[in-house]
Design a protein around this ligand. Structure first.
Ligand SMILES: *[C@@H]1O[C@H](CO)[C@@H](O)[C@H](O)[C@H]1NC(C)=O
Length: 537
């Protein structure tokens, strides 16, 4: 008895420890990529060269990255530095984790953006001297010297601060709203008008220049736009400047800036006749007005079939209340809700209780089983933070700066670290079903059939999907232009240790606007590393 006691005790301790570990180990893994990105990224976009553009703003004083020697910005009106030799935008190389400073000339604070059909990043508006500016960034190889270009011959017709951009089926970009700007305009400007056209919906839902900012804009596969602002949404025909449908109100008050939840359109598939929009979380109404940092955020999500003639919001609760979460579309069609806080609202120093647990949203599960709580991170990502899907299936987290200037001493400091979150599909025990794309065209045309060849360590059972993910412009808890299109595929055909999959490219620009997409092969929920494919008319 005496002799067996220690070993029994040891055994019990062992069982207890392993039970605890099982409970503590939620799915998903975190890694720190970079300690000092130089800037706190307020706007983030992944380029087809597997680099990432991080963009903050001017008028913010010293960042933690100098511009190249001899490069400075001279601005008598800069609030902090008349001579500013610091970078406020950088490009991050995903392969080497190197950071290269970029030069922006005017204030990009709370601006908007979108990739053009040829892969150039178009970025519009901002504050002060940047309010009407249009800038482009033509991405280049990681060892190149591409930089921001501010257009000289063309400006926005209306100043735009807190606007949302969306690429359209013809490859032009619509720019929706902005503070005190209840119009839309286009890049390049449309010929048949004076540039900006009133969108009365935006003024109808405006409350004291608020609640209609950074509207959630989704391009539906019928070519019209779903535009959500405050607690209302419309289907907007941008050709005729006409609201053609009003959706029922979403319960629970405003959901976009400054009450920021997040929103995405679920993956498009099948015959592409249906589109479903989801809006999750947000601040309780009143938290912004009262400047309350401890009012619990919404835990509710609304989901609506935007293409139904008579749709209604289906409501569902997340495991956590969350304001300023980011909804990131994953290559599988599931989405991640990550970043943000459990109390307060969007705005400077307006939130607390960071929500460190991402949750997975599985849209194909029945209500009640859709959310899965994931492994928590350690770095609060509050106001002015971003999340972007990377071509290797991880999600990049950048920024967080809930202060007017850089402040590294605050409770929620200016955050310069970059992290990546790996969803469970990248866990080592799934490696043997992870496909690798061996062959895919660099360019495909609408409706074209083409072949993708993949290799997979274990024999394939079932369908290997081929899914096109856009590269959105992420800012303020919403990814402008985010979409996932699941291609029509045939069952894979074994061929010399590989598998051939016949795919049909998206039928038109309403399903997938022209541009560069991350093409993922997905086997049993595990995505390959993406290859960039240029989708053209
Ligand atoms: C991409 O398109 C934009 C807008 O039309 C244009 O200004 C730019 O020069 C183009 N870039 C390339 C590399 O063709």
């Amino acid at each position: 008895m005496d002799a067996s006691f220690p070993s029994l005790w040891f055994l019990q301790a062992l069982i207890l420890t392993s039970l605890l570990t099982v409970h503590a180990q939620l799915p998903g893994a975190w890694e720190l990529l970079v300690l000092n990105a130089g800037v706190a990224s307020m706007h983030t976009a992944v380029t087809r060269f597997n680099t990432v553009v991080l963009l903050d703003r001017t008028n913010i004083g010293p960042s933690r990255k100098m511009l190249p020697k001899g490069h400075c910005r001279y601005d008598r009106n800069d609030a902090v530095l008349k001579k500013d030799c610091y970078a406020h935008s950088v490009v991050f190389d995903l392969k080497t984790n190197q950071i290269r400073p970029l030069m922006i000339l005017t204030d990009t604070w709370c601006s908007s953006g979108q990739f053009l059909p040829n892969g150039t990043l178009l970025q519009t508006g901002g504050d002060l001297d940047g309010l009407r500016k249009i800038r482009t960034f033509e991405p280049c190889e990681p060892d190149g010297f591409c930089d921001w270009v501010e257009l000289k011959d063309v400006e926005l017709v209306n100043g735009r601060w807190y606007a949302t951009n969306q690429i359209l089926p013809d490859g032009t970009v619509i720019i929706v709203g902005g503070r005190g700007t209840n119009t839309v305009e286009y890049y390049p400007p449309r010929k048949n008008g004076n540039g900006a056209v009133e969108l009365k919906f935006l003024s109808d839902v405006e409350d004291n220049q608020m609640d209609n900012l950074y509207p959630y804009v989704h391009l539906l596969p019928n070519g019209h736009l779903f535009i959500f602002a405050n607690n209302k949404a419309v289907m907007y025909d941008h050709q005729d400047n006409e609201v053609i449908r009003e959706y029922p109100e979403l319960l629970g008050g405003p959901r976009n800036y400054p009450s920021a939840g997040s929103s995405l359109m679920l993956a498009l598939d099948g015959d592409f006749s249906t589109a479903v929009v989801v809006i999750c979380g947000g601040a309780q109404y009143g938290a912004f007005i009262e400047r309350s940092t401890d009012t619990p955020a919404h835990g509710s999500c609304g989901r609506i079939v935007a293409t139904d003639p008579n749709p209604s919001w289906e409501m569902e609760d997340m495991p956590f209340g969350r304001v300023m979460g980011d909804m990131v579309m994953l290559p599988t069609g599931d989405s991640l809700i990550i970043n943000g806080a459990q109390t307060g609202t969007q705005g400077f120093d307006m939130a607390s209780n960071p929500c460190l647990n991402p949750v997975l949203y599985r849209p194909d599960q029945p209500v009640g089983l859709r959310f899965m709580t994931l492994n928590p991170g350690t770095i609060p990502r509050m106001y002015h933070s971003t999340a972007n899907l990377l071509p290797d299936g991880r999600v990049l987290l950048a920024g967080s700066n809930p202060h007017y200037l850089y402040n590294f001493a605050a409770e929620f400091p200016t955050e310069l670290r970059l992290e990546a979150f790996s969803p469970e599909y990248l866990s080592p025990d799934r490696a043997n079903i992870r496909p690798e794309i061996k062959g895919i065209p660099n360019m495909v045309r609408y409706g074209e059939t083409f072949e993708v060849s993949v290799s997979v360590p274990l024999p394939v059972v079932g369908i290997v999907e081929v899914n096109f993910g856009s590269a959105p412009f992420a800012t303020h808890s919403f990814s402008q232009g985010q979409r996932l299109v699941k291609l029509t595929v045939t069952p894979s055909i074994p061929d010399n240790g590989r598998y051939r999959i016949k795919c049909t490219a998206p039928p038109n620009g309403a399903v997938a606007p022209p541009g560069y997409y991350m093409a993922f092969a997905v086997n049993q929920g595990v995505p390959s590393v993406a290859r960039w494919v240029h989708l053209v008319a």
